[in-house]
Design a protein around this ligand. Structure first.
Ligand code: MN
Length: 331
C-alpha cells in the first residue's frame, strides 16, 4: 500500500525541514496520552536513525507509566527537570498538540516559528509553526509520523515498530473507534510483521489494572444514569471513589458511558478535587463533543473530547446535559 497521494507533498516538506536541522525539541500535549507519548518516541527514534539528536520534554510532572515498555520512555523529561539542564533548542517538532494552551510550560522552550513543525489531528486552536501538517481525518498523530518515516526510506526496527503500533492502537481504541481506517490496519499489520506482539501491547495498555481500579470501574458502572430520554448516559465517581485508583486505570469507563443501547452521548465525570470535575465526552451521533467541551473551555475531537468544570455534582451534570441538548436538537 503506497503512501496516500495527498500526503506526499507535506511529508516531503517535513523531511526537508528535518534535513536542515540537527537538534530538535519534541513534545506532545498536557496529560500526555498513548498517542502523544508514542508519536514523540517514534519521532525521537526516527531522528536517531537519521543521525540527528532530540530531547523529549512534556509539561506533565509524571507521565503515564504504562508506556514504559517503549525503550526511550526513560529518557523523556518533564519541563521542570529540563529547565536545569539548559538545553540548547534550535528547532522543534510538536506532536498531537492543537494550540499553545495544550502544550503547557513547554511553550517557554519553543524556538522561532520558522523552526517549528507541527503534526496533529485535532481541530486547530493556534498556528504554532510555519510548517504545519494538520489532518483531522487521521486516526492518530502517530500514524502521521509513520507516513513521514515510510517516505524517508528509513528501516523500521522493532523498537520503532512498537512505538508506532502503540500510538495507533491507543487512539483507535484497539482499531475499533470511528476514526479507524484501512491505513491504520495496514500499518498495524506491517508493525506485527516486524515483530510487534499485539496481545502483549494491548494487555499492558488495557488489561493490567489493580484490583482497586477494577472495583472502582464497578462502582462507576453501577452509577450510570441516563438523561434526555436515554440519549445521554452519565457515569459518575466522587472524590472519595477516585482516591484509591490510578486515573489511567479507570479510563475505560469513558467507553462504557457510550456503550448503552440507544445512547448517543456518554459522559464520564469524576470529581478530581472537591467540587471540581474532570469530564470525558464521547459521541456516536452527529453531536460534535469538541464543541460541547469548548463551551466549558475544553476541547478534543468531534467524537471524543474533555473538559473541567467546577461545582457540585448536580449542577455540573445539569450544565452539561443542557449544553448537549442544544447540540442534539441542532441537526
Ligand atoms: Mn492523538
Amino acid at each position: 500500500m503506497k503512501t496516500p497521494e495527498k500526503y506526499i507533498e507535506i511529508v516531503q516538506r517535513i523531511l526537508r525541514f528535518i534535513e536542515q536541522h540537527d537538534h530538535f525539541l519534541l513534545s506532545g500535549h498536557i496529560n500526555a496520552d498513548g498517542d502523544a507519548i508514542a508519536a514523540v518516541i517514534a519521532t525521537h527514534l526516527f531522528l536517531q536513525k537519521l543521525g540527528k539528536s532530540s530531547v523529549m520534554i512534556f509539561h506533565d510532572k509524571k507521565l503515564d507509566q504504562r508506556f514504559d515498555y517503549l525503550e526511550p520512555f526513560k529518557e523523556v523529561e518533564n519541563f521542570e527537570d529540563s529547565e536545569s539542564r539548559n538545553h540548547r533548542i534550535e528547532s522543534a517538532i510538536i506532536l498531537d498538540v492543537p494550540g499553545y494552551k495544550r502544550l503547557g510550560d513547554v511553550c517557554k522552550l519553543l524556538p522561532e516559528k520558522e523552526h517549528i513543525v507541527r503534526i496533529d489531528h485535532h481541530p486547530q486552536e493556534d498556528e504554532m509553526g510555519n510548517l504545519e501538517w494538520i489532518d483531522e481525518i487521521a486516526s492518530s498523530t502517530t500514524s502521521m509520523v509513520y507516513e513521514i518515516i515510510e517516505k524517508s526510506g528509513v528501516k523500521i526496527d522493532l523498537e520503532l515498530a512498537k512505538a508506532i503500533y502503540t500510538g495507533i492502537v491507543y487512539d483507535t481504541g484497539r482499531f475499533s473507534f470511528s476514526n479507524t481506517n484501512a491505513r491504520d490496519l495496514y500499518i498495524g499489520s506491517r508493525m506485527v510483521e516486524i515483530g510487534v506482539n499485539p496481545s502483549e501491547i494491548s494487555n499492558i495498555i488495557f488489561f493490567e489494572n489493580s484490583i482497586d481500579a477494577l472495583r472502582t470501574i464497578g462502582k462507576g458502572l453501577y452509577s450510570i444514569k441516563s438523561y434526555l430520554n436515554g440519549a445521554v448516559a452519565v457515569i459518575y465517581l466522587n472524590h472519595e471513589d477516585m482516591k484509591n485508583s490510578n486515573p489511567h486505570e479507570i479510563e475505560e469507563l469513558t467507553n462504557y458511558s457510550v456503550a448503552v443501547r440507544g445512547g448517543k452521548i456518554g459522559l464520564f465525570i469524576r470529581e478530581v478535587k472537591p467540587d471540581f470535575h474532570k469530564i470525558s465526552l464521547r459521541s456516536k451521533c452527529h453531536v460534535d463533543v469538541n464543541k460541547v467541551a469548548k463551551a466549558f473551555n475544553g476541547g478534543g475531537h468531534a467524537r471524543a473530547a474533555g473538559c473541567r468544570i467546577a461545582g457540585k455534582r448536580d449542577e455540573v451534570i445539569e450544565k452539561l446535559v443542557k449544553e448537549i441538548e442544544k447540540h442534539l436538537n441542532h441537526n
